[in-house]
Design a protein around this ligand. Structure first.
Ligand code: XBP
Ligand code: MG
Length: 258
């Protein structure tokens, strides 16, 4: 019998490779729409990703790269409006089908549902973005497949703080030892491991150089039959395809005494 009761997915970089060609152009489109001449290039955005959360990232950019900028009116209001505009551009891209799921994500979600596992999301991005990503790629009903969607501002501190994972565990009413998290970044790994959750990393564009100490395994992606994911570090699934049985085998209860 499986000790594994729930899978908890990160969103950006994990469900889909959203950052470079999703969030980044959406930010730039919002800047243009609001008459700002800012351009978040691919390398600059890589630096800005050190700060999780879009609103927090805009604030960090102002502090570090545009200290002389004077907002029209209240700064919090300005950042909120700019971020809302960015979210609309991001959702538009999703609705145009421009942001697909990563290999193995759809397969594993269906397999986990068939195996009776609970599904959850733990993300820094907004609930609007999560629902739009799920609906665009898995259909209207898919939002309800997730018992808990922990997103955005529901917790005070975003990743790498563990708040969002504690929130999800509490709402799943499960102990960490019954769950596996799937993440793509060192920040996400810090958040999940801070809540003592076994974590598998599927590396994404901006995170290949991250330090993934503490991960149960680091993989290229979740893999599909005929398209196995390469194992970067740790023990991968024998056939390169992450399934429920493999994830269950990573739980601490499967390695007593370690
Ligand atoms: C990744 C993030 C987010 C996105 C932007 O979140 O840090 O901030 O870059 O999303 P995760 P918003 O990996 O936890 O899914 O602009 O909606 O904040
Ligand atoms: Mg991520």
């Amino acid at each position: 019998m499986s000790d594994l009761k729930a899978l908890i997915f990160d969103v950006d970089g994990t469900l889909a490779d959203t950052e470079q060609d999703g969030h980044r152009p959406a930010f730039n489109a919002a800047f243009r729409e609001m008459g700002l001449d800012w351009d978040w290039t691919v390398p600059l955005y890589g630096q800005l990703l050190q700060v999780a959360g879009g609103k927090e990232r805009i604030r960090h950019y102002l502090d570090e790269f545009a200290p002389g900028f004077t907002p029209p009116g209240d700064l919090d209001r300005f950042i909120g409006d700019l971020h809302a505009c960015k979210t609309q551009h991001f959702v538009d891209m999703l609705e145009r089908g421009e942001i697909p799921l990563r290999p193995g994500v759809c397969r594993l979600i269906h397999e986990a549902r068939s195996a009776g596992l609970m599904l959850a999301i733990a993300t820094t991005t907004s609930l609007t973005n999560v629902k739009s990503l799920l609906r665009a790629n898995l259909g209207e009903a898919s939002v309800r497949w997730f018992r808990v969607i922990g997103a955005g501002d529901v917790v005070p501190a975003k990743k790498p703080a563990s708040d969002i994972y504690h929130y999800v565990l509490e709402h799943l009413d499960l102990p960490a030892r019954a769950c596996v998290a799937i993440e793509d970044s060192a920040q996400g790994l810090r958040a999940s491991r801070g809540a003592a959750i076994t974590t598998v990393i599927t590396v994404s564009g901006y995170t290949v150089e991250d330090d993934f100490s503490g991960a149960a395994a680091v993989l290229e992606h979740l893999g599909e039959p005929g398209m196995p994911g390469r194992v970067v570090r740790g023990r991968g699934p024998g056939n390169g395809v992450v399934d429920v049985r493999y994830l269950d085998s990573l739980l601490p209860s499967r390695h007593p005494g370690v």
